[in-house]
Design a protein around this ligand. Structure first.
Ligand code: GUN
Length: 294
């Protein structure tokens, strides 16, 4: 194995530790940060992810509000719930765990979340802020975590060829946007891409977010490239693997993230970061209102 391992678990731990002081500061100013998570249905992976988010909140002193609803819940119930959470001053961040059960349109629900509490960065206002580069919104957690890993690992982005496999709204598209803002030459690949292997071989930075176990093999990787594996796939024997065939990829790549312990912990750390930021912004806007009334 030639590649340096990018230790997402250790980096995420440092980021969370860095947030503790900001949580303390908020509490001293009378604001106790709160995150509300809406979990619909009984998808086992979503249940695990929500539990991990709850644990991270508890460790940081962020209040966690869990709202569960059955698979057959109506759209109107969820919209009303989101509106209640928008109005709840104890809640600074709102997250609707995806995917939603079939029949529920995620856009219909997510666009009801107040953009100022949309710590997932999925509301159209925040998507627009990201795509235009206007800023001031929230950046989706997994893409923000990927960029942080590249930054901390001192991977040059400006001028680099970046290939993103996957065009989802959660990972692929926003990651491509962030890389573009950092001046990479970005190619987004997907299920209709012709000769995916050839596209990948051109990448200095390869982001695998296809949701396909061990899709990317060693021969797809440019020697010395940085490989970020976003995949979390459960094999029939219970093993957890990424979208990259790790051993053969690590023999060719310069830097690589493992699964587990790479991107996954970063997603949660960035969610905590966005929640703290949402609470800080609410405090600042409270101050601004007081000033305008003085
Ligand atoms: N499902 C998988 N990743 C995510 C995420 O980052 N946010 C939400 N809300 N659901 C997800």
């Amino acid at each position: 194995m030639g590649a340096t391992i990018i230790d997402g678990k250790a980096i995420a731990k440092e980021i969370r530790a860095g947030l503790a002081g900001r949580v303390e500061c908020l509490k001293q100013s009378g604001v106790s940060p709160g995150l509300a998570v809406v979990l619909v249905g009984d998808d086992p992976a979503s249940q695990i992810y929500v539990r991990m988010k709850e644990k991270a909140c508890r460790e940081l002193g962020i209040t966690f509000f869990r709202h569960c609803a059955p698979t057959a819940v109506g759209e109107n119930y969820l919209i009303d719930l989101v509106k209640e959470l928008n109005a709840d001053a104890r809640v600074h961040g709102i997250l609707v765990q995806l995917p939603l059960p079939a029949g529920l349109n995620p856009f219909t629900i997510v666009k009801q979340i107040s953009a100022a509490k949309d710590v997932d960065g999925f509301h159209p206002e925040n998507v627009g802020r990201l795509c235009t580069g206007v800023g001031g919104g929230f950046i989706p957690c997994t893409p923000a975590g990927i960029l942080k890993l590249l930054e901390i690992s001192a991977v040059p982005i400006s001028g680099a060829r970046a290939v993103v496999i996957g065009r989802s709204n959660i990972v692929g598209r926003p990651t491509a946007m962030l890389l573009l803002h950092e001046h990479a030459t970005v190619t987004i690949c997907h299920t209709r891409t012709v000769n995916l292997a050839e596209e990948c071989r051109r990448a200095d930075i390869l982001i695998a977010a296809a949701g396909s176990p061990r899709l990317v093999t060693g021969t797809w990787i440019k020697p010395g490239a940085t490989v970020i594996d976003v995949g979390i796939n459960r094999l029939s024997d219970g093993r957890l693997v990424g979208d990259v065939a790790f051993d053969e990829a690590a023999a060719v790549a310069g830097k690589i993230t493992p699964v587990p312990g790479g991107v996954g912990p970063m997603t949660i750390a960035m969610l905590m970061s966005n929640t703290v930021l949402a609470a800080e912004r609410s405090l600042a806007s409270r101050g601004a209102v007081a000033e305008s009334e003085a």
